[in-house]
Design a protein around this ligand. Structure first.
Ligand code: NA7
Length: 534
């Protein structure tokens, strides 16, 4: 019985699961990963909507654990498209021969912790949707932070006579919108990326917007081979600088306050950052995410851009956010605002008058039925905790994660949660996750977990479990840091506000990658402070 117990089960084969399998194998652990899709890629496997592209530059949004890999891969664009990212991660799986450790088309439905007995050490019993159970000493949830699509419960949704799609579950063969009238519900990143391309193809697009978001131009372009060669010649240096960067990107923090410069200089800085730096726009000055007055200057700049780019004043007004820039996740766009100048695009403000229902002919708002042939739900995700809670995870004494997190998610360093020994999360709540370059965050997490497993193996230990006190203190620290930032004050998917009934609280760690990574290192130096090792 004991022999059939694996060292590790990894749930998911996106960027986190793929690297975890590689890392743990290399250290000599027996590993089995389960993946619901029929290939690796995670978020980049499921999100195939038109315009799907990363908002972090390709040269950074890639693994750094193997120099040969980063030297040989040729990114073609500044911001990689979904197909290119998927090719990349498939290449990684093949190059390191990882597929034989991944069982595809298999969803993990439940996992239960079993205490050590006279016959067996502590372990997890993992159930998959093919009815099988598997045993492993440790379980690593690499199930993704934007991987549980949220489909709003709009009355009559299933009565629609045409086809409907969620951006996060896009058909692999693509969708041909030519000659069709299309409704797009949602104007987050997925809506903002897809609307311009759907509008180029469809006969008409009606966009249903509840909350406008800030979008800054991606400035995407082909990557010049010389530029790529130059990056590769100093990749090590770039990666080291990234680890010192607040968002795990190699940008020097702006030293100045937005309020310490003249209006003309501020305008010049914003113009330059607007044209060149995408998501990093919110870092043009040091205090944009910390001072409301400073933030207002950046928010007003972008509001002015929206007025410039959108011909119809009323439409421009509807597209203009009234909350501080960066409070909710900023979007990076290509031609989003000018798309509203097209004759075949209509914006419907559903904040003033919400969608009443979906009928066979289309979307009903008040007495008006917007007749469409297809509906695109760009309505986002049950972010960060959705995929963790989708598995019936049960720790000590049968405690379920859902019960444990009834008042909000609590995880020590976003890596582990008390009551669930030998269970690790990659990018769990309380880690920087979506606020930084995710791939760097993933590598840091997996490396930390791997070191911890080696520590346990070398000492012949049985289990590791987060302590309640430290877990509580970490959550309190996370809340405190969030409150110091503009980000702590907005309802968004960062706080779970997009999912009805989801307990609130700012989920990602706002203190930046260097502070977080240092904290993780200090925990190890102090003999895994905050964990019980038995
Ligand atoms: P987001 O950013 O959560 O956006 C979802 C959008 O859908 C947003 O505009 C929502 O409006 C809207 N929405 C959600 N539910 C409804 C209902 N019931 N009715 C109308 N509109 C609704 O998800 P994305 O997929 O765009 O982006 C997720 C992240 O992926 C992104 O930030 C990047 O990090 C990558 P709301 O804002 O709730 O008023």
């Amino acid at each position: 019985m004991r022999d059939s117990t694996l060292d590790l089960i990894v749930v998911g084969a996106g960027f986190a699961g793929v690297y975890a399998v590689h890392k743990f194998r290399r250290l000599g652990f027996s590993v089995q990963a389960f993946e619901a899709g029929d290939d690796v890629g995670g978020t980049w496997y499921w999100n195939r909507y038109p315009g799907c592209r990363c908002d972090i530059e390709s040269i950074y949004y890639s693994y750094q654990f193997d120099d040969d890999l980063q030297q040989e891969w040729e990114w073609s664009e500044r911001y990689a498209s979904q197909p290119e990212i998927l090719s990349y991660i498939r290449h990684v799986a093949d190059r390191f021969d990882l597929r034989r450790h991944i069982q595809f088309n298999t969803r993990v439905t439940a996992a239960r912790f079993q205490e050590a007995s006279a016959d067996a050490p502590s372990h997890w019993t993992v159930t998959t949707d093919d009815g099988q159970t598997h045993r492993a000493r440790f379980c690593v949830m690499a199930s993704g932070v934007l991987s549980t699509p949220s489909l709003p419960d709009i009355p009559g949704r299933d009565s629609f006579a045409g086809d409907s799609y969620h951006t996060g579950q896009w058909p692999h063969q693509g969708v041909d919108f030519r000659g069709l009238k299309v409704a797009v519900i949602g104007t987050g990143s997925s809506g903002i990326q897809s609307i311009p391309l759907i509008a180029e193809q469809a006969e008409h697009v009606t966009v249903f917007q509840r909350t406008p978001n800030y979008a800054v131009p991606a400035g995407n372009r082909p990557l010049d081979p010389h530029e790529l060669r130059e990056v590769k010649s100093r990749y090590g240096e770039i990666r080291a600088a990234s680890k010192r960067g607040f968002t795990a990107l190699p940008f020097k923090p702006a030293g100045r306050s937005a309020l310490a410069v003249s209006d003309a200089e501020r305008e010049e800085v914003y113009e330059r950052w607007w044209r060149n730096y995408g998501l990093a726009f919110q870092g043009a000055f040091a205090d944009l995410l910390f001072s409301e007055d400073a933030n207002r200057t950046a928010s007003d700049f972008v509001r002015g851009k929206i007025r410039e780019l959108v011909d119809d004043e009323e439409v421009a007004g509807l597209l203009t956010p009234d909350f501080p820039l960066g409070c909710r996740r900023m979007c990076v766009d290509t031609d989003y605002y000018p798309t509203y100048n097209r004759d075949n695009v209509t914006l419907v403000d559903i904040r003033r008058e919400p969608i009443d229902g979906i009928v066979p002919e289309g979307v009903r708002v008040g007495e008006t039925v917007h007749a469409v042939d297809a509906i695109v739900f760009a309505t986002g995700y049950d972010a960060i905790t959705g995929a963790l809670l989708a598995v019936d995870l049960r720790g000590r004494d049968g405690l379920s994660l859902e019960e444990k997190w009834a008042e909000g998610p609590r995880a020590y360093l976003g890596l582990a949660t008390q009551g669930f020994p030998n269970l690790f999360m990659v990018n769990g709540p309380g880690s920087p996750s979506v606020l930084i370059n995710m791939v760097t965050g993933i590598e840091q997490h997996v490396d930390w977990i791997a070191d911890c497993l080696v520590h346990i193996r070398d000492r012949g230990l049985d289990a590791i479990e987060a302590k309640a006190g430290e877990e509580h203190d970490w959550a309190a620290h996370n809340d405190e840091v969030a409150q110091q930032s503009i980000r702590g004050n907005c309802a968004s998917w960062y706080t779970g506000a997009n999912i009805p009934g989801k307990p609130g609280g700012f989920m990602p760690y706002v203190g930046g990658f260097p502070a977080y990574a240092e904290h993780c290192e200090r925990v190890v130096e102090k003999g895994y402070r905050g964990f019980d090792l038995t």
